[in-house]
Structures are given as structure tokens and as C-alpha cells.
Design a binder for this molecule. Structure first.
Ligand code: ZN
Ligand code: ZN
Length: 367
């Protein structure tokens, strides 16, 4: 194929602007890159970070999207593990050469922010132009998959069985990997242990399902939306707590000795404090809410507990996404119950519905 080629993409021109569907021209593939015909892409809350003026103003014009799924059209000269025709899920990108990447720990790549959250390559370049010839940032998470075609890299691309439904599995690449990985890669609960999940949007619901896979005996879901709590119950939560309950800590922990694990997806300081207070000694709190505000604790409030912020479920997507696909195939990770599909042109409605709590995981379909 001769580059450049045209794609239709949802472009963000200003932090408060609606997404604009327009034609962009994709540039030449670098040796480690590949061109993917995008079939579907999940919408994740991280895609809305550039709506914060302080971040977004520096990045636009920008194509977001980082839960892409599609079929590989062409690969760069250095790509050996992926070939044209492969059906693939796209995930976060990593540099491959830093200390953490060499230790097989790509979620903590020292260049994570620069590679995933700027829309540019590490050298500051982008790989698209708009119809006026103005550069468009299209390296968001090394993919920018709110488009009919996307350029990904060998490192953030995972091949899957071509018989599997791309529009169902697309969201594995970030949000569901984050929630499931927090449980299966970090907490590793033993059968019979207890966990509270604070905020049961897509990330929290993935954690609820993963806690079920790990055979946790107590799975407490906390949220402000009754519909999400009902869905959490159908997916395995054993107790539901309204997030605006007065004594949240007591509602989470009951009269027992406290929980083994708490996962916070809300980023809300008071919710995090209540969750940490609900831990038993030697309990562990994991935080994943992006854009969270500072939380303060008196040291004595952390007696015997540990607390930490993690990225991308501490996963290596090359291994973890196939694991999640296997759980989905076995019926243990029924992500289709979280999903509502929208044509790419309706990305504005998808955004509104997700923010209103009507839909846990919108998937934008481009084929
Ligand atoms: Zn790295
Ligand atoms: Zn994400």
C-alpha cells in the first residue's frame, strides 16, 4: 500500500469542543509500527482527560481512542510477531528499552506518560495531517483508534483468534484490563477473602468479575447509581452500598474486622478515605482513578495497611489480554453485559451516556 492514505477520524480541536468527524491523511509507518483497519473501539474515561483545559490545550488537534480492535493491513519492516490479516486488540504502548520494560513490567515504562498521553511519538512526531496539511496528534496510547484506520506498534498489539467478536473484546485493551488486573495481578485474593470495589463503572465491574474468578467470598460494590449496583450484583457482587450513605466506612465493612482489599476507581478523596478505613490490618487498598485529587491521612489511619496507585492493572497486555479472552470464552468475564454500541459518528452521545452513568462501556463501531 502506498502511504499516505485517508482515514475518517473523530478529531478533538479544543478541550470543550464536540468531536469532529473528518478525513485525515496517515503518514508512513515507522519500522516498529503497523496499520490497523479499526472495527471497534471502547470509550474509556482516560479519553476524556484532554477535556481538562490545562492538558487538552497543549495536545489538540488530537485523535483519541485507546481500546481499538481490528484487522492488520500492513506492518513495518521491523515487525515480526504480527502479520497482515491478523485480528488484533490494541492496548497501551511502552518503550521496550527502559529498565521496567526489560523487566517485563511495561505498565510502569518510564516513558508511559510521554508515549501514551501526549498523542505524539517519543521524538515528538505525529503520523497524520488534516485536510489543510496541519499535523494532527494521532499517537494517543500508540494508536488513536477513534478512526477507521489507526497506526499501532508491535508492542501494543495483541493477536487473537479471528473467529472472536472484535466489537465485544475491544474494551479489554484498557479499562477492563485495569480493573481485572488490579485484582488478578496485584491483589491476588485467595478463595474466601473479601474485597470492596468503590465505583462500579467499567473498571469497577471488571474488578467485580475478576474477584468472582478469584473466588472472593465477599464482594462489596459501592456506587451512586442504582442501575450500576444492580449490574454489579448480576456480575457477582455480594453486597451493594450507595456511595452517598452517611457512614460509608461502616456500610462497606459492616461490623466485621474489615476487608482484605479495597479497589478505588472513583478518585474521590472521601470515598478513598472510607475505603481505607474499611480495611483490616494488613489489608491493601489499590487506587486506579485517574485525575484524582490529593488525599490526606494521619499516619495512624494507615496502621498495618498498604495503599498504592497502579497503572493498567500492572499488566503485560501480550499475556494478560489472552488470559481475559479465555475467561470471557469460559463465561467468567461476560463483558458484553457492560457494552452498548454506537457508530463512530455518534461518539458525542456515547460520551454523554457514559458520563451520565447510563452505559458502563460504550463501544464505537467503525465497520
Ligand atoms: Zn519502557
Ligand atoms: Zn483507558
Amino acid at each position: 500500500m502506498t502511504m499516505p492514505i485517508s482515514a475518517t477520524a473523530a478529531v478533538l480541536h479544543a478541550p470543550d469542543a464536540p468531536f469532529s468527524l473528518e478525513t485525515i491523511q496517515l503518514g508512513e509507518l515507522r519500522p516498529n509500527e503497523l496499520l490497523v483497519d479499526i472495527h471497534a473501539t471502547g470509550l474509556c474515561h482516560t479519553d476524556l482527560l484532554p477535556r481538562l483545559p490545562a492538558l487538552g490545550e497543549r495536545l489538540v488537534p488530537l485523535v483519541l481512542g485507546h481500546e481499538g480492535a481490528g484487522v492488520v493491513i500492513e506492518v513495518g519492516s521491523a515487525v515480526s510477531s504480527i502479520k497482515p490479516g491478523d485480528h488484533v486488540l490494541l492496548s497501551f504502548d511502552s518503550c521496550g528499552v527502559c529498565e521496567r520494560c526489560r523487566a517485563d513490567d511495561p505498565a510502569y515504562c518510564r516513558h508511559f506518560r510521554a508515549i501514551n498521553l501526549t498523542g505524539q511519538r517519543l521524538d515528538g512526531s505525529v503520523a497524520a495531517l488534516d485536510r489543510h496539511g496541519i499535523p494532527v496528534a494521532n499517537r494517543w496510547f500508540g494508536q488513536s483508534s477513534f478512526a477507521t484506520l489507526a497506526i499501532a506498534t508491535e508492542r501494543n498489539t495483541v493477536a487473537i483468534d479471528p473467529s472472536l467478536p472484535l466489537e465485544v473484546l475491544a474494551p479489554l485493551g484498557c479499562g477492563l484490563q485495569t480493573g481485572a488486573g488490579a485484582v488478578l495481578n496485584e491483589m491476588k485474593p485467595r478463595p474466601g477473602q473479601s474485597i470492596a470495589v468503590l465505583g462500579v463503572g467499567a473498571v469497577g465491574l471488571a474488578a467485580v468479575m475478576a474477584a468472582g474468578i478469584a473466588e472472593a467470598a465477599t464482594i462489596v460494590a459501592v456506587d451512586r447509581h442504582a442501575s450500576r449496583l444492580e449490574l454489579a450484583a448480576r456480575l457477582g457482587a455480594t453486597a451493594q452500598v450507595f456511595g452517598d450513605t452517611g457512614e460509608l466506612r461502616k456500610a462497606i465493612a459492616g461490623d466485621g474486622p474489615g476487608l482484605d482489599f479495597v479497589l478505588d476507581t472513583t478518585g474521590a478523596p472521601e470515598v478513598i478515605r472510607a475505603g481505607v478505613a474499611a480495611l483490616r490490618p494488613h489489608g491493601r487498598a489499590i487506587l486506579v482513578g485517574a485525575g484524582a485529587s490529593p488525599v490526606s491521612f494521619h499516619p495512624s489511619e494507615l496502621t498495618g495497611v498498604t495503599i498504592g496507585y497502579i497503572l493498567e492493572g500492572s499488566a503485560n497486555p501480550k499475556r494478560f489480554l489472552p488470559e481475559l479472552v479465555a475467561h470471557w470464552r469460559a463465561g467468567r468475564f461476560p463483558i458484553e453485559r457492560l457494552i452498548a454500541s454506537y457508530p463512530l459518528a455518534d461518539i458525542g452521545a456515547a460520551e454523554t451516556d457514559m458520563l451520565a452513568g447510563h452505559v458502563a462501556k460504550p463501544v464505537l463501531v467503525t465497520r
